[in-house]
Design a protein around this ligand. Structure first.
Ligand code: PEP
Ligand code: MG
Length: 859
């Protein structure tokens, strides 16, 4: 039974059939119940843009259809008159979640064909009917598409298609539009429920129960007499986001034909390369520009408009958000805000934080020589270098060792997601722009090339061969250029990303909205410079051991380790002191008064010793000692579980001179930059603490060094001493540890390792199996384990703050850059998160999203 609303919309009521509503200005249509397309069409109708009559089926209606509930197709068809000719389009809640393809020309049958021959000519009528038979046979009846392929539409091709259908299905092609529509709705509803469609949309963030709406729309034919055709127009460049009219128009065509056949299609604006719609049909072109403006201002978005011209009349069939690169997403959001169409906060919320990393990735320098060995589809921009790995397990093992790698696969499958997370870039032999590898890599902001058909993989022998006769093995260094779709031999020369005004404006607005601090983990002047470039609010973790691996320092370090007496050790440390002081001066200068948190020496000493016989011989020579002495010392220092052994504060307690030297270097650097006018209050952090007494002992010594330096120099300075909470015991005893600490920084890498009893270095070996079997929901080294490690964090926070309410709290493990971890830390009352410099922009935007969404909810 149909009821008419005041504005004439048909709304079905009181039947057992799935419900539908005509898309009219006041119809009860919402994105959450009918999908974005239905809602968008309603907005276009409200703007008085000429949209053909349309009817929307809700998620629940489509769900019922998929479950086999009968459809009242006649009622759905009733708004379209006695001889309906319609299309059905998918309408999910988010356009990115995809959906089954649109089906056009439903209602074509022998009678309609005969009538159209009269009104539109035989060629047009045959084209329309044949297209529908092809679509129905392949998508609804699921027959082989090849059996229905035709070079060009002709009466013979149509008869052949109808005959093939009848032979295969043992019944004639359905003539009743209601029966046709029932078949189309059923097949689209079931396609949405299929496993592949489900996996693909879930990879894009759709919830497991995401619904599909359907839009049934009157056909505007685009084929026939007079000016007929179809096209697509958009008003910004999808790659840069700059204003620019782009698109194509193709006479005598339907749907998105103009994009499928760019050779035959004409341009929209005047173009020296050929004819344009602006010249052929200036009024239609002017209307399109007007509609584009209306969409931008009233829909508050850059839209791509799909239009059809039917005997000279313009119809807008659809408008979708312009598909855009991350760079364009930022530019578009910022331009809309600067034009006063959306607020700054809205612009911030329109850009997905993780998408920013795509803008930040280095690119291959176009001026540098390139030794290309494969070419494919540029699936995800940016360039990355690394060693070839052929499996996700190998990628995870590489990541655990801190080595960048390129995951090379024939194609990827959902179980490769963890490997892709671990890789710096991805290269696949097969696949297209929407293949799994491409979709996931874009989501992760990972440079990716797919469909590189000039390579052949032999995963068993770990060999990659190219058509030009070259071969590569696992471990070989390559570069993936996801911007150009190429794979290059070796490490190509790279360019740092260009960060434009729109990027800066957006992050500036994000900073105004967020309420948790963002610092960077930075060990070197280069890291610190990047951190400043991305407006980190300080350094949250400087891993000082990274400063000792440099050429020239390693030998002095080794002398210190080999020293037999306190005097010899002091002599070696005296040589290291000025080097460390210079390191800190540079960091303080670059950070220009922002806080710098320096972690005292952490790794086991044997990491600094040679492992090969050759290396030991060289060291014996440098130290002027017998080889046997060196070998004995190396053996004595090696441990079964070095990550749980003599590292961190344990080293600070047993070889206290190292921390004393570092403290002195920090204080002397503080004074040196102070003399140049920069006041620094350095933060000194003690790693791997598990007992209050450790903190007391180190603190006593550092205080003594500070007092000595003050006396020697005759100048005062302040510093803050804090503790890294990396052992479960430190979290449990945070109350007493906080008595001596100005701050606690949670090192969730070690804390995860120790909470699980899981080695950071070896977990990759079985993590895939664990996650695939659902033992762990995610790799806890990637995604913070909120339940277990998170509970320890909460205990540490509560116990620490109870003793010292103004205790500064932060997190500096790898998790700190993840939007989910930031959400956790923010709600736990942390002051800041500290992540690697390139993740700072993502963290700034993610933190702003959290604050803005919370404020919206409160409202
Ligand atoms: C940690 O353990 O989380 C941490 C930041 O320290 P590192 O990774 O250097 O052990
Ligand atoms: Mg650690």
């Amino acid at each position: 039974m149909l009821r008419r609303t005041a504005k004439g919309a048909a709304v079905q009521k009181h039947t057992n059939f799935p419900a539908f509503s005509e898309i009219a200005p006041t119809a009860p249509i919402a994105r959450e119940s009918h999908g974005w397309r239905a809602k968008c069409l309603q907005r276009l109708v409200r703007l008085e843009i000429p949209v053909p009559r349309s009817v929307a089926l809700s998620f629940s209606a489509v769900r019922a259809i998929a479950a086999g509930q009968p459809v009242d197709a006649r009622a759905i068809l009733s708004p379209f008159g006695p001889a309906p000719l319609i299309s059905v389009r998918p309408s999910s809640e988010d356009p990115d979640w995809g959906g089954p393809g649109t089906i056009l020309n439903i209602g074509m049958n022998d009678a309609r064909h005969a009538a159209l021959v009269e009104s539109h000519g035989a060629e047009a009528a045959t084209t329309l009917y044949l297209r529908f038979v092809q679509a129905y046979a392949t998508h609804v009846a699921r027959l082989d598409p090849d059996a229905f392929a035709a070079d060009k539409p002709s009466a013979e091709a149509l008869q052949a298609a109808l005959a093939t259908y009848e032979a295969e299905m043992e019944e004639p092609f359905p003539q009743d539009p209601a029966e046709q529509l029932t078949g189309v709705l059923g097949s689209m509803a079931r396609a949405w429920e299929g496993t592949t469609a489900r996996l693909l949309r879930q990879a894009k963030g759709a919830p497991a129960d995401a619904g599909l709406g359907l839009v049934v729309q009157q056909m505007a034919l685009g084929i026939g007499r007079g000016q007929c055709g179809s096209g697509v127009i958009q008003f910004v460049d999808p790659v840069t986001g700059q204003p620019q009219v782009t698109g194509r128009y193709l006479g005598q065509s339907q749907g998105r034909d103009a994009l499928a056949d760019p050779e035959a299609a004409i341009y929209l604006t005047r173009d020296p390369r050929g004819l344009s719609l602006e010249e052929v049909a200036p009024e239609i072109f002017a209307d399109l520009i007007r509609f584009g403006e209306a969409c931008r201002h009233r829909l508050r978005e850059e839209m791509q408009i799909e239009f059809t011209v039917d005997s000279g009349a313009l119809h807008v069939l659809d408008a979708v958000k312009v598909a855009r690169s991350s760079r364009a997403a930022v530019r578009i959001a910022v331009a809309l805000a600067q034009d006063g169409i959306i607020s700054h906060d809205e612009a911030v919320l329109r850009v997905e934080p993780r998408a920013l990393s795509e803008l930040l990735h280095p690119q291959v320098d176009p001026r540098a020589p390139r030794d290309r060995f494969a070419r494919g589809i540029a699936a995800s921009p940016g360039a990355a270098q690394g060693r070839i790995v052929f499996s996700s397990t190998a990628a995870q093992a590489c990541a655990a060792r801190g080595e960048p790698c390129i995951l090379v696969r024939r194609e990827t499958a959902p179980e490769d997601i963890r490997g892709m997370h671990a890789a710096a870039g991805v290269l696949t032999e097969r696949g297209g722009i929407t293949s799994h590898a491409a979709v996931i890599a874009r989501g992760l902001g990972l440079p990716c090339v797919v469909g590189a058909s000039d390579i052949t993989l032999n995963a068993r022998d770990k060999l990659l061969k190219t058509t030009d006769g070259r071969s590569f093995r696992e471990g070989d260094l390559i570069t993936v250029d996801g911007t150009r779709g190429e794979a290059l031999v070796g490490a190509a020369e790279m360019l740092e990303p260009a960060l434009d005004d729109a990027f800066r404006a957006l992050l500036h607005w994000a900073d105004a909205a967020r309420d948790i601090g963002i610092r960077a983990n930075a060990d070197t002047p280069a890291d610190a410079t990047t951190a400043r470039m991305f407006a980190a609010e300080g350094i949250g973790l400087c891993r000082t051991e990274h400063m000792f691996f440099e050429e020239g320092r390693l030998t002095v370090m080794r002398e210190m380790i080999f020293a037999d007496s306190a005097k010899d050790r002091a002599a070696a440390l005296d040589r290291l002191l000025p080097m460390q002081r210079e390191d800190f001066v540079r960091l303080f200068e670059i950070m220009a008064g922002l806080p710098v948190c320096i972690r005292l020496f952490d790794p086991p000493l044997h990491e600094f010793l040679p492992h090969s016989r050759e290396g030991m011989r060289e060291l014996a020579e440098a130290l002027d000692k017998p080889l046997s002495d060196v070998t004995r010392r190396v053996e004595a220092l090696s441990e079964f579980n070095p990550m749980l052994g003599m590292r961190g504060v344990r080293l600070g307690i047993t070889v206290p001179e190292i921390y004393e030297m570092q403290a002195r270097a920090i204080f002397e650097a503080t004074i040196e930059v102070g003399r140049k006018g920069e006041t620094v209050v350095p933060e000194i952090m003690i790693p791997l603490v598990s007992a209050k007494r450790e903190v007391e002992m180190v603190k006593t010594r550092i205080d003594a060094v500070a007092a000595a330096v003050r006396t020697e120099v005759g100048l005062g300075f302040d510093y803050r001493l804090g503790v890294m909470v990396e052992t479960p015991r430190a979290a449990l005893r945070a109350g007493e540890i906080a008595q001596h600490s100005a701050f606690l920084s949670f090192g969730t890498n070690d804390l995860t390792q120790m909470t699980y009893g899981l080695s950071r270095d070896d977990a990759g070996r079985f993590m895939n199996a664990y996650v695939q079997q659902g033992v762990f929901p995610e790799d806890p080294f990637h995604v913070l384990d909120v339940e277990g490690v998170g509970e320890l964090l909460m205990m540490g926070v509560e116990r620490g703050r109870k003793v010292r309410p103004n205790l500064t709290l932060s997190i500096c493990g790898e998790h700190a850059g993840n939007p989910e971890s930031i959400a956790f830390c923010r709600s736990a009352g942390f002051d800041y998160v500290s992540c690697s410099p390139f993740r700072v922009p993502v963290a700034r935007l993610a933190a702003a999203h959290l604050a803005l969404k919370e404020r919206r909810q409160d409202r």
